[in-house]
Write a protein that binds this ligand. Sequence first.
Ligand code: ZN
Length: 205
Amino acid sequence: MKIICIGRNYSEHAKELNNEIPDEPVIFIKPDTALLRNNNPFYIPDFSEDVHHEVELVVKINKAGKCIPVQFAHEYYSEITLGIDFTARDVQTKLKNKGLPWEKAKGFDYSAVVGNFKPIAQYNHPISAMPFYLLKNGIKVQSGNTNQMLHSVDDIIAHVSQYFSLRIGDYIFTGTPAGVGPVTENDVLVGFIEEDKIFEFQVKK
Ligand code: ZN
């Protein structure tokens, strides 16, 4: 399986990092070795002094496809969860400044936290207006709603599948809202979709 991630999909987050707002989705991929599940602790890697949390809604692909027309994209997923796209911001800044790929900053081991997937139908909101948030040590640090996305889930699937065939079990991280920030040892991160707790885990070093 592969983990496809969308960058700069919320304009307030793009602005907080002084990034341009893109006219098509910014895409990067994490390897399957990046997965961290089951509320296992996250260990800050030795190569970074500035690892940031990016809370994101995650969609699971349930049907294989390529060049999927946007009007059929909704047939390719039915379950969502919440995840964290951990980012070594210091490493990423160095790579960005040199115009190099981001993989070392974004795709390192255990950088992709995912909660349990649940049917979208079990929530009160549609996928196009789903609220979610992240608590760090009990304080709300990020809060978003998919209605603030620059590119909707269906747009993302249509776009991504022009370049990468989608397979059953692939994950799509759909971008983070504003409020990203560093994690430190002993932080506790708790994520919610609506008021449904999706994950709770500790940061260690
Ligand atoms: Zn992200």
